[in-house]
Design a protein around this ligand. Structure first.
Ligand code: NAD
Length: 261
């Protein structure tokens, strides 16, 4: 049996990649693609997928097409409202867009508990990045002094990245102590990055980059560096497709790809 999949943000860099990956999977069927900024454009033109679908301007197209699972790759300003809409319409959601705020997350969690649809939110669908986060949490138990450098292409809207925020939270949960802040003033504001969960995060934005993260631990006479590089957006697709296959069997709203691996 094939799973009927809709994609929201379908004309974007990630959305188009998801359309191609879903169309190429034997057990998934691309039944609707939504992107209000490109409504009316042929999906074939926007994504290269061999289909007669047209990009829809609103989410109703997902219900009309009988989508069962919807992949959301818009961005920080749209993802909260879209996720709420999907759950209210009993559509399982696989969410890759980052920057969802705490209030929207709380509403979505309550909806996913109250209604039949589930949600999987993953700040990073690349297996290597998921492993990096797990290794970072493990290392933080022994090496509590740590900073994160995340590097992305210059079209990324949010900073720090969702992956960096999640890595910082996992580190904070794992380490037994919060080390004293290093000495030194901040004569150039921002030089020490942003603090999230008491972990310093530095965001680099440059053309040529895709999505990269380095976690540097410091100890007595030694450092440990963990690094992951997504050098192509196809790196996220096995995780997204796995999410499409597993989301219906989750219980409510789940954050992190590790829960379906
Ligand atoms: P993009 O700007 O290329 O694409 C976003 C698309 O969403 C655009 O085509 C835009 O028209 C569309 N859009 C905007 N508002 C919309 C709405 N209300 N309804 C439907 N479509 C709407 O961005 P991108 O590089 O594809 O990244 C998208 C998101 O995915 C970002 O938040 C990014 O951080 C995140 N991301 C997540 C992962 C992951 O593994 N979870 C990986 C890469 C990127």
């Amino acid at each position: 049996m094939t799973i009927r999949v809709g994609v929201v943000g379908a004309a974007g860099r990630m959305g188009a990649e998801v359309c191609r990956a879903v169309a190429a999977a034997d057990d998934l069927e691309l039944v609707a693609a939504v992107d209000p900024h490109h409504a009316g454009v042929a999906v074939r033109e926007a994504t290269g997928v061999d289909t007669d679908l047209t990009l829809a301007g609103d989410l109703d197209a997902l219900v009309d097409a009988g989508a069962e699972v919807v992949v959301e790759f818009t961005g920080p300003s749209a993802v909260g409202a879209n996720l709420r809409w999907l759950l209210e319409h009993d559509l399982h959601a696989v969410v890759g867009a980052t920057g969802i705020d705490e209030a929207d997350l709380t509403v979505a969690r309550e909806l996913a508990e109250a209604r039949p649809a589930n949600a999987l939110i993953a700040p990073n669908f690349a297996i290597g990045a998921v492993l990096l986060m797990q290794f970072a949490a493990e290392a933080a138990r022994y090496l509590p002094h740590v900073e994160i450098i995340e590097l992305h292409h210059d079209r990324k809207v949010d900073a720090p990245s969702g992956t960096a925020l999640r890595t910082a939270e996992l580190i904070a949960d794992a380490r037994a102590e919060i080390p004293d802040a290093p000495l030194g003033d901040d004569r150039h504001p921002g030089a020490r990055g942003a603090a999230h969960a008491d972990v310093r995060v530095h965001s680099v934005r440059l053309p040529g980059l895709v999505a990269h993260e380095e976690v540097i631990f410091g100890g007595t006479g030694q450092t440990l560096t963990l690094r992951h590089d997504s050098i192509d957006r196809t790196s996220f697709m096995p995780g997204v497709l796995l999410g499409c296959r597993k989301v219906a069997s989750l219980d409510g709203l789940v954050v992190g790809l590790e829960h379906v691996l």
